[in-house]
Design a protein around this ligand. Structure first.
Ligand code: PEP
Ligand code: MN
Length: 362
């Protein structure tokens, strides 16, 4: 799908030096001094835009729910002083009108809003006829269609400067992340909407400072266009998300330490070698397909035997035997349990589908 986006500015990576678009700022605007000091210190760190939450979607009531409209003036004034664009989260039409009234340059839709098509549509309606860049965070749940739906709603309102923010997905399981990245989801988004810039939000993925650098590097290695990272003049005193914020100086250092890689090169020798290796991979992929097709032929034959003898398709002990054998073999050849389980589950599902068709003469 192409969305007819005009993306050269402001989000896409500077093609000359491959530098990602960096947005940083506090989780929340708290006081006028905090906003001004944080912005001033960030401006020295080569960031491209400033973020600050004005209205905060908090999980539980009675926590700090954002300073509200007065923070917009602090943010806009501070950004004007240093010549940087200001970005704010909007969750309803009022937020859009207020932000635009104060000259906010970039809007974003938060994860808790993207899940709700009514809320996204309300924002889209408020944006009719306005030319402002909008960043759309993934929904809290790992639902790519919902993310794409929100992007489409904003696009249908006439907005052409759109970026997607990957901030991870909530899950009930314990994990080292606050929100699991499920990198395959933004990768698939990029495959489906190839011209959309992708911005990674490592702060809300990690929830603490510990893995921020690793997540930023991973995003860069996956060719993300930008990063949105929370920073605060004194993180330990932040009124929200204290554990994941960096000082502006620590942010600058982290960004400088990222290894930036290019998508391609003109180096002939490298390109020939890569082409060579890729043709080997293509041949192996063909072999995998042939083997799979051969396996499925046998699966069908077994299906016919089972049908004639009135035997169930699913044989739990046989499936257990297959997966155990595969896991054992996989670990010997350096393949993770996860990948073995995923591959064999997919093969097994397809086998069941094929045998179900045989049983029912489909
Ligand atoms: C935020 O960016 O401060 C925020 C509320 O994030 P999310 O919508 O990703 O939870
Ligand atoms: Mn936050």
């Amino acid at each position: 799908m192409t969305l007819d986006l005009q993306l050269k500015e402001p989000f896409t990576r500077n093609l000359k030096d491959g530098k990602p678009f960096i947005i940083s700022g506090p989780c929340s605007a708290e006081t006028e001094e905090q906003v001004h000091e944080t912005v001033k210190r960030l401006a020295k760190q080569n960031v491209d835009a400033i973020r600050a939450g004005i209205w905060k979607p908090r999980t539980r009531p009675n926590s700090f729910e954002g300073i509200g409209t007065e923070g917009l003036k602090w943010l806009k004034d501070a950004c004007k002083e240093v010549g940087l664009p200001a970005a704010v989260e909007v969750a309803n039409a009022k937020h859009v009108y207020e932000s635009l009234k104060f000259g906010i340059d970039i809007l974003w839709i938060g994860a808790r809003t993207t899940v709700n098509p009514f809320a996204v549509q309300e924002i889209a309606d408020a944006l009719q006829g306005v030319d402002v860049p909008v960043m759309i965070k993934n929904p809290v749940n790992p639902d790519l269609e919902l993310w794409i739906g929100a992007i489409e709603r904003i696009h249908k309102a006439g907005i052409r400067k759109i970026a997607a923010i990957h901030r991870g997905f909530s899950s009930y399981e314990k994990s080292k992340y606050r929100n699991k990245p499920y990198w395959e989801i933004p990768i698939e988004l990029k495959r489906r909407i190839s011209d959309i810039p992708l911005i990674c939000d490592p702060s809300h993925i990690c929830g603490t400072r510990e893995h921020l650098h690793t997540v930023c590097q991973k995003a860069m290695d996956l060719n993300f266009d930008g990063l949105i990272i929370e920073s605060h003049r004194d993180p330990s005193k932040a009124w929200s998300d204290a554990a994941q914020q960096l000082t502006p100086e620590a942010l600058g250092e982290m960004i400088n330490n990222l290894v930036l890689r290019k998508l391609s090169t003109d180096d002939k020798e490298f390109n020939t070698h890569l082409d060579d290796l890729r043709s080997k991979i293509n041949r192996i992929d063909d072999e995998i397909m042939e083997i799979l097709s051969h396996r499925m032929d046998i699966v069908k034959e077994i299906g016919i035997c089972k049908k004639e003898n009135n035997i169930t398709i699913l044989q739990p002990s046989r499936w257990d035997e297959i997966i155990k054998k595969a896991l054992e073999k996989g670990s010997k050849i350096g393949l993770s349990d996860q990948v073995i389980t995923d591959i064999f589950q997919a093969i097994h599902n397809e086998s069941i589908r094929k045998q179900t068709a045989v049983m029912n003469d489909e």
